[in-house]
Each structure stands twice: as C-alpha cells, then as structure tokens.
Design a protein around this ligand. Structure first.
Ligand SMILES: [Zn+2]
Length: 257
C-alpha cells in the first residue's frame, strides 16, 4: 500500500513538472522547479512590502537610508541589474536583520547597521539579499509549496477520495499561497549558501572587498554569542562556521581579497 501511494504521488508530481517548470539555472549550477518567477510574484511583493512599511517602523535617518541605497545601487549597477526597479528602506528595528522581496524591495534593520563596520560589510549583506532575488529563491520556494499542494490534491483524486469541497480547499490553499507568497519566510540552508556565493561575487564586481563578507559573519556570530536575539533571517541559516568556511574557500579559490 505505501508503494501504491508513492506511485500516485510520483505521477502527480510528474504532471506538475510537465507544466514545463524544471529549468537549469546556470548561476546556481542546478535545476530549479519554477512554476512562477519573480515577475509573477511582483503583485504579492508589493502587497507584502506595503504591509511591512505600514507595520514596521521606517527609519527617519536620511543618512542611513541614503547609505543603504548607495551601496545597493552600486551593486546592482555592477552586475547589470539596474534596468529593473529596486527599493531600499532602513527599518528602526534592533534585530540584526535584512530581507529582500522578489519584486526588488530591500529592507535593512538599524540593528544590522549597528553591527557592520564598513560599506564592504554592508555590501555583503545587500549582495546576499540581491542573490536571493536573482536566484529566484522565493519563486522556487513558492513553486515547491504549490507542487506539494498539487501532489496532495492529485493523490486524493487518484484514491477516489476527492470531493468538490476538497477541490475547493486545495484551490483555496493555492490561492492563499499566492496571497502570503512566503516572501518573508526564512530560506533553506541551501538557499542561504547560494545567496552567500552570489553575493560575494557581486561585491567583487562592484569593487568591494570580498574578505569583508567573512568579517561580517564573524561579527554576526559574536553578536549572537553576546546574547543578541537570533535574527529572523538567520533562523534557518547554516551555522556561522559552515558559511564562513564556504565563503573563505570560495574567496581563496578565486584569488579575491
Ligand atoms: Zn539569506
């Protein structure tokens, strides 16, 4: 019986994949399941951004906002992404946190600005966030969640247990996903390490010192040890040792400094 179930799931999943959604991403060197892309998440991003702006406390520190915008702009220009809209806002929040939405909205907390020692380290943070965006991590996460919903619906239908109420629920949950989109949910460890790799490459292209990405994560680790609340965007992050080692290996291999 478990075997039968698995076969049905596999069939259901293959029909999801047959939507033509599995694409090779050259930058990441792997296949991605993408039922949606950044553009199709633009509206959901705008909604989430509007909510964040109204619920969060936007910093009135013009200098801090200008600094984040300047570093972000230098990065996106260096990597040829200036032809699409970007927004940068500093939030008055002591948590050492930053985030990006698939629509290109970047938020950086004052708690994170308090930790970074220079613009190179700030570039490591923003480069990492831009990496999530260019890698379409939110779209991938959405696609995986949507696919599993479809698999469940498909499995129920195959088992003959599906009712119109079930169908309605399955569709509603897909619609609900669109509404929440999970744009502010934590990313997986794999996504975090990929964003680190992309981000440090962007730093180098923009003329920032790659080694400062390692310095940044050391400072973040110190902040955590010192009893700082675990930042939300670190909640599923790889351990500091893992990401520092991965970044250091990459920087050494590429001969960056
Ligand atoms: Zn991240």
């Amino acid at each position: 019986m478990p075997i039968l179930k698995r076969t049905r799931c596999a069939l259901a999943l293959s029909s999801v994949l047959a939507l033509g959604a599995c694409a090779y991403n050259e930058d990441l060197g792997r296949n991605q399941l993408l039922l949606v892309n950044n553009d199709s998440l633009a509206k959901a991003s705008q909604d989430a951004w509007a909510t964040t702006l109204s619920k969060g406390k936007v910093s009135r520190d013009a200098q801090a906002n200008a600094r984040v915008r300047a570093v972000g702009t230098r990065l996106v220009q260096a990597v040829g992404l200036a032809n699409r809209p970007w927004e940068y806002v500093v939030f008055d929040d002591p948590t050492a946190n930053a985030f990006v939405l698939p629509g290109g909205q970047v938020g950086v907390n004052t708690g994170l600005l308090a930790i970074v020692r220079n613009d190179d380290q700030l570039a490591a943070v923003i480069g990492h966030e831009i990496g999530h965006m260019t890698a379409q991590h939110a779209a991938e996460r959405y696609s995986q969640a949507a696919a599993s919903q479809l698999v469940i619906a498909g499995a129920q239908a195959a088992a003959g247990r599906v009712t119109s109420a079930d169908n309605a629920r399955a569709l509603a949950s897909l619609g609900g996903l669109g509404a929440q989109v999970g744009v502010l949910l934590p990313f997986s460890r794999k996504h975090e390490l990929e964003a680190d790799t992309l981000g440090v490459g962007y730093m180098v292209k923009a003329g920032y010192r790659a080694s400062e990405s390692v310095a940044l994560w050391r400072l973040m680790a110190q902040n955590r040890t010192a009893g700082g609340a675990p930042p939300q965007f670190l909640s599923t992050h790889p351990s500091d040792e893992t990401r520092i080692a991965a970044l250091q290996a990459l920087i050494t291999a590429r001969g960056w400094n």
